[in-house]
Design a protein around this ligand. Structure first.
Ligand code: ACO
Length: 436
């Protein structure tokens, strides 16, 4: 970051002397006011619950311009990455800062491929879960448990450990998600097949069984790969900030990523694709396209507690660029699967059209986010709804790791420790039990 020529001056109406605060420029996007010395100079904190105006870190990985609807990974527009690169190239880009050449791509992909198997003991650990456990409950446990299986890559302050754990996590997430799925449906786990691509191998581990030949469908393989690319990183969102905060204590990378998985599970974040598809299913059950008007009325009623899931975003105040790409993929997959007339897709398109014309959504700058269509794509691929968020976690793992490693390598890195405005009881004495 570069010190700007201008400064911010903070003045107070009660006579406290005003102070100058440094301002920094990034390479693009809003400047920041540096308040690190504010408490030492004034005895005051800033107050910003939800981080509406607070940059918690500097980062060179992902840039979002929410007003323009722009998303860049290391400077490259998401539209170009989604159409010209695959997920392995995207992982290389996020982790190391550059798109690989052909040799680097081959080396990186084979490194990941050679780490796809998980310790055989993991399946016995998995067996401890109820068969009907939510896949995200299982994933939170399995990812955290990796630190119990890979002791040689748990030192977050050791660059070699961070490198090995990064590759292990990217390689093993698909295996773990597929194992969690096979466990819930009572089928045998399928070992990874190293001749397949990252996405092809995931389809194989999910849908193959030992009794039959399984042929990867290239349209579905590409669709899944695009889902992975679109979800790979998204700047300082809730789960990424969780990973950074958790990792800032020096905990091991597997534990920090498990914290990210737990955070992602929530319906306001990664759980939204599952929630969006369930919402479409409910509307369909209650009358379908005809009843969209009634549903929109409910959404607009503050007391109903109903939200249009898959709509709205903290940062995008224009169309989420990932939603456009996902809508394209949605059409391709439905056509491939002979589901062009899929009622949920039709319902989603109709709902989107109505919402985009409605003043409630227009005035609040609420547009579809990536999750509005990703659920329909995943369902068409054959992925069961409760697994959607686990797929998101699989894809986001590379972003979490890239952000975690960036933080550890930052000379200004400190343990994350927010402060508070205390509004509780002032000091008081404990009375003996009989007098309370
Ligand atoms: N449906 C109806 N109203 C909404 C929606 C929605 N989906 N999203 C926001 N609003 C309304 C709010 O009620 C609020 O209205 P008000 O000003 O009259 O009080 C206004 O729009 C602003 O919304 P906030 O909640 O303040 O926006 P915030 O930035 O805090 O929330 C969030 C963003 C959590 C994503 C929200 O839009 C939401 O809950 N959307 C649905 C869930 C979803 O799709 N999440 C996925 C996010 S993308 C991802 O994680 C990959």
């Amino acid at each position: 970051m570069k010190l700007a020529d201008n400064k911010a001056t903070l003045s107070f109406s009660n006579g406290t002397p005003s102070i100058d605060l440094p301002v920094y420029h990034g390479s693009v996007g809003p400047d920041v006011v540096d308040i690190r010395k504010l408490y030492a100079q004034t005895g005051m904190f800033t107050y910003d619950p939800g981080f509406l105006s607070t940059a918690a870190t500097q980062s060179a990985i992902t840039y979002i311009d929410g007003d323009k609807g722009e998303l860049l990974y290391r400077g490259y527009p998401i539209e170009q990455l989604a159409t010209s690169c695959d997920f392995m190239e995207t992982c290389h880009l996020l982790l190391y800062g550059n798109l690989p050449n052909a040799v680097q791509k081959k080396d990186f992909s084979s490194l990941v491929t050679n780490h796809t198997m998980v310790h055989e003991q993991m399946q016995f650990f998995l067996r401890g879960f109820r068969r009907d456990a939510h896949p995200m409950a299982i994933m939170t446990g399995l990812v955290g448990a990796l630190s119990a299986f890979y002791h040689d890559s748990t030192d977050i302050n050791n660059a070699e450990h961070r490198e090995i754990s990064a590759i292990r996590l990217i390689a093993k997430m698909p295996t773990l998600v597929a194992m969690a799925y096979k466990y819930t449906i009572g089928q045998p786990y399928m070992y990874p097949k190293n001749s397949l691509s990252y996405s092809g191998n995931f389809l194989h581990m999910m849908f193959a069984n030992p009794c039959e030949e399984y042929k990867v469908n290239p349209v579905l393989e590409r669709a899944l790969d695009r889902i992975f690319i679109l979800h790979a990183d998204h700047e300082q969102n809730a789960s990424t900030s969780t990973v950074r905060l958790c990792g800032s204590s020096g905990t091991n990378p597997f534990a920090a990523i498990a914290a990210g998985v737990a955070c992602l599970w929530g319906p306001a974040h990664g759980g939204a694709n599952e929630a969006a598809l369930n919402m479409l299913g409910d509307i369909q059950k209650n009358g379908g396209v005809e009843k969209i008007g009634d549903f929109i009325k409910q959404v607009k009623d503050k007391n109903s507690g109903v939200k249009l899931m898959g709509f709205g975003h903290r940062v995008y105040k224009n169309y989420d660029p990932r939603a456009k790409l996902m809508q394209e993929t949605c059409k391709e997959v439905l056509q491939e699967m002979g589901l062009e007339k899929d009622p949920l897709f039709k319902l989603a398109m109709a709902l989107e059209k109505i919402a985009l014309e409605d003043d409630y959504f227009v005035s609040r700058k609420l547009y579809p986010n990536v999750d509005f269509y990703s659920g329909i794509v995943q369902r068409a691929i054959g992925i069961p709804v409760p697994l959607f968020t686990a797929i998101f976690a699989l894809a986001r793992t590379v972003g979490w790791i890239a952000q975690l490693n960036e933080m550890i390598g930052d000379p200004e890195y400190k343990i994350g420790r927010p402060r508070q405005l205390f509004t509780g009881a002032v000091p008081r004495d404990v009375k003996p039990l009989a007098q309370r």
